[in-house]
Design a binder for this molecule. Sequence first.
Ligand SMILES: Nc1ncnc2c1ncn2[C@@H]1O[C@H](COP(=O)(O)OP(=O)(O)OP(=O)(O)O)[C@@H](O)[C@H]1O
Ligand SMILES: [Mg+2]
Length: 283
Amino acid sequence: MLEVSMNNLQFSYDKELVLDGVNYKARAGKFVCILGLSGCGKSTLLRLIGGLEKSNPEQLLVDGKPVYGPSLDRAMVFQDYGLFPWMTAGENICIALKQKYKTWDKHQRKEVALKWVNNLGLDEELYDKLPLNLSGGQRQRFATARAFALDAPLLLMDEPFGALDAVTSALLQDTVLELWQKEKENRKTIFFVTHSVDEALLLATDILVLGQAPSKIIYTHSFTEETKPRRETLYTDPAVLDLRNRLTKIINDEIAEKAYRLHEQKMNITDSENNKSVKKHIA
Ligand SMILES: Nc1ncnc2c1ncn2[C@@H]1O[C@H](COP(=O)(O)OP(=O)(O)OP(=O)(O)O)[C@@H](O)[C@H]1O
Ligand SMILES: [Mg+2]
């Protein structure tokens, strides 16, 4: 269980400012779902927490300490799965276990890897296949199995179920929720990026919405144990319906604003091209 603290967190790639002052504190054991338009900086935020991008030591603290690089305390499920293509899917889990549990022999590693392959509803015969020969959904599940097998107190999941069909993603949402819930006193802290409002409503203890880049947090919502939606109440509880409408409206307003901005940019480009061509014509 690790606490994550962002204090006016800023981040740029070269000269492009992506995060412009994110303030947020996730208490240990929270399940934080992050929503926001494409390109707003969700993956960047996870990469910063994961130590894959360099952050200002005063602006980002994990467990009260600055983040200086990746750590086995923080397991990540990448948006593009992040499996090594030259290893079988099973070896991808075992290599991660080898780093963390240095005294385990290969039989112990395989036993634990297979347990997680089963937990994620994968057929054991997929264990020996290369990622290339798996479907996108199967790769995603192997990546999730690897993260859970590591048993890290902080899990960073970047749209882990985005590529799955509705039934499979529902099953995996339930699996992740169950795995997180059953630890009770020792729950992992999870940051989970999604584009689905319903997925966020179902999984999160806390929802945050990032605005367009350079982004800040534009909306947050916290549930208590009592108010946290369940699959049975997701479409019936008036409070959940109201929150879904609010979140959908916030996101739709962002889409409309972005579309307007892109249109304006296009018009400016066209105007300046027209001006150039008029000037050329006159000359
Ligand atoms: N390695 C990189 N170098 C330079 N710019 C980058 C890099 N990675 C991302 N960016 C830029 O930073 C911005 C935020 O990217 P990021 O991947 O964090 O967005 P996102 O919110 O995860 O989007 P999506 O929902 O499409 O995954 C984008 O403008 C992107 O082009
Ligand atoms: Mg992303």
